[in-house]
Design a protein around this ligand. Structure first.
Ligand code: ATP
Length: 249
């Protein structure tokens, strides 16, 4: 469970450029919930996601994971709970390394310093099994360099790699914004499959209303640093795609 209490974020406090990006946000996200966040540019979506990830320090308020206060923990200190996928497919992988080497690095992510992960036949088989889930034929190319793959392929692999450990929370920050519709579809379907099979708590920030409509079991809309709509699974199921467009009119 993610618990957010009275969260406030002010950028550039006391300066002419001061911005109140989050205004007293209260939000509980239960285990296994897949929350979609929509809202106009500048409404505070990324700031909220960054505060949950630990890359933005809130001005006041608190964030708890399973009852444990993490408000002041930095992003690297939260990595055992959190996997994060960004908009840029290039940011999640090492371009000059092969698929299998990227998986090896990913396997080291939350291991203590000094520990190594070798590429033996067991590891190759594990990676092959994981990658075959994508249905992109990449399981037969473990030695292909990451830089030779398309953005969609890289983003789908990033998703697999980032959820290899026992993370509980997956943050998706406009993961398909830089992709063509077919690649975007593959990435979102992969994300959905991973979220369900690992029973992850997930948060998707998106400007794509079709995605917001199709995925997730709860949706909130933000405006000017506040949550102005909050629809649970039942209410979301009643929504039509046209209703979502209405929210922005
Ligand atoms: N590092 C920063 N320094 C100063 N102001 C910031 C910073 N990051 C965001 N802001 C401001 O905070 C407000 C909320 O921004 P945020 O990026 O969270 O919104 P958003 O809903 O994610 O927008 P978008 O959809 O455009 O990504 C905006 O007014 C923005 O200009």
């Amino acid at each position: 469970m993610i618990e957010i209490n009275n969260l406030v974020k002010t950028y550039n406090k006391g300066l002419d450029t001061e911005v109140l990006a989050l205004q007293d946000i209260n939000l509980n996200i239960s285990d296994g919930q897949f929350l979609v966040i929509v809202g106009a540019n500048g409404s505070g979506k990324s700031t909220l996601l960054n505060a949950i990830a630990g890359s933005v320090l809130p001005t006041s308020g608190e964030i708890l994971f399973d009852g444990q206060a993490v408000t002041k923990l930095r992003d690297f200190e939260r990595s055992r709970w959190i996997a994060r996928i960004f908009q840029n497919p290039l940011s999640g992988t090492a371009p000059g390394l092969s698929i299998i080497d990227n998986f090896r690095l990913a396997a080291l992510r939350t291991k203590p310093k000094g520990l190594t992960v070798g590429i033996d036949s067991t590891f190759r088989k594990l990676v092959q099994e994981k990658v075959s889930v994508l249905g992109l034929g990449l399981e037969n190319k473990p030695d292909a360099l990451m830089e030779t793959l398309s953005g969609g392929q890289r983003q789908a692999l990033t998703l697999l790699m980032s959820t290899m450990d026992e993370c509980k929370i997956l943050l998706l920050d406009e993961p398909t914004a830089a992709l063509d519709p077919r690649s975007a579809d593959i990435v979102m379907r992969t994300a959905d499959k991973i979220i369900q099979s690992l029973n992850l708590t997930a948060i998707l920030v998106t400007h794509n209303l079709k995605e917001a409509f199709t995925y997730g079991n709860r949706i909130i809309q933000m405006a000017e640093g506040r949550i102005i709509k909050d629809f649970d699974q039942d209410c979301k199921q009643q929504l039509k795609q046209a209703d979502l467009f209405e929210w922005f009119s």
